[in-house]
Design a protein. Structure first.
Ligand code: GTP
Ligand code: MG
Length: 323
């Protein structure tokens, strides 16, 4: 059987030949892979392309330190940062695309994401940062990726519910554990990191997905909190930010200037257990030093009750600080 390569494929091949840098070569090879007719006669070529891609990904451009941006450094924004990890093609980018305004690449072929892409996911009146990541592979992680994972607070471990779920769970959690990344609450190996983790079953709209999710819940209930979603059908997407918020264990506090209305636009976000003094310090260090008294509107208090500096704040409390 002939390969029947299309003119578009030939064009992508030309682009590959002209490519100078590794990312350019990777992008061109991905295009070639996407445009290669998928049939029996092209199987050898598909395998070759995949092999060339893995090789290129394993030998990225040398890290540049001067005047360039470190791709793997994702500045934290919002109330918390979660990275999405999972096997190739499991639906990470589609999920980030559905929950944020980030410009992600969603593609029917594996390895379509090769650098982190951050986006902000709204939850009620705050935002939580999601970071789309390249896939985990048996060959290992690209240099820089482990650092980016550990720098986040949490991981959304994405498991494609339309594929072999148990295999993916072993591969994903195994890859992380080998590198010292464990769920919070477990002993942390030296140099490792304890992280918030959620197991997110993806592609819930596909046949058999709901049943696979039940299997996961039955066999791996102790691994991490779990939820099943579909980025494409929009199933359960509201549950994901709620779960992230719950795990972050934070409180939202609104400030009120004396004699002025409450600023409900942008809450301050603090770890649960924070006090009035912590809030003052977060707003400005001088404010903490000069704080004379505070009043509080919220949970388990009467409106405008005086609050001592060590008063522990509850989610959605309103605080008026006097200096
Ligand atoms: N039916 C269905 N298909 C989905 C869903 N989410 C993603 N897909 C499809 O799965 C394929 C892979 O999606 P991506 O989001 O690119 O997967 P990825 O995990 O980012 O892939 P890599 O970046 O290569 O690791 C695409 O063809 C998507 O259209 C979903 O919820 N339902
Ligand atoms: Mg992707």
């Amino acid at each position: 059987m002939a390969l029947n390569l299309t003119p578009m494929y030939r064009k992508a091949e030309e682009v590959f030949r002209a490519a100078k840098t590794t990312p350019e070569k990777i992008a061109a090879l991905e295009e070639m892979y996407a445009l290669l007719p998928k049939h029996k006669a092209s199987e050898k070529m598909q395998a070759e392309l995949k092999q060339r891609l893995s090789k290129l990904r394993a030998t990225p451009e040398p890290a540049k330190t001067h005047g360039t941006v470190d791709l793997w450094h994702i500045e934290r924004h919002g109330a918390g940062q979660f990275v999405l990890l999972g096997m190739p093609n499991c639906g990470k980018s589609a999920l980030v695309g559905a929950l944020t305004k980030a410009r992600v690449t969603v593609a029917a072929y594996p390895f379509s994401t090769h650098a982190p892409v951050p986006g902000m996911m709204p939850y009620e009146d705050i935002q939580i940062q999601l970071v789309d990541m390249p896939p985990l592979t048996p060959e290992g992680l690209p240099p820089g990726m482990l650092g980016a994972i550990k720098a986040a607070q949490g991981i959304l471990v994405c498991i494609d519910l339309s594929a072999d779920v148990l295999e993916q769970v072993d591969a994903c959690f195994g890859t992380l554990e080998q590198r010292g990344v464990v769920p919070r609450g477990r002993p942390v190996p030296e140099g490792g990191a304890a992280m918030l983790m959620v197991l997110v079953g993806t592609k819930l709209d596909l046949p058999g997905a709901a049943e696979s999710f039940e299997v996961l819940k039955e066999l791996h209930a102790d691994l991490a909190p779990m939820l099943a979603v579909s980025a494409e059908a929009g199933q359960n997407l509201g549950e994901l930010p709620r779960q992230c918020f719950k795990l972050l264990d934070i409180v939202r506090i609104y400030s009120k200037e004396p004699g002025k209305p409450i600023d409900r636009e942008k809450p301050f976000v603090l770890p649960r257990g924070s006090t009035v003094l912590d809030l003052a310090a977060l707003i400005h260090k001088d404010l903490a030093q000069n704080l004379k008294r505070a009043r509080i509107w919220g949970t388990n208090v009467y409106d405008g009750q005086p609050a001592p500096r060590e008063h522990v704040l509850a989610d959605r409390d309103v605080i008026e600080l006097h200096v």
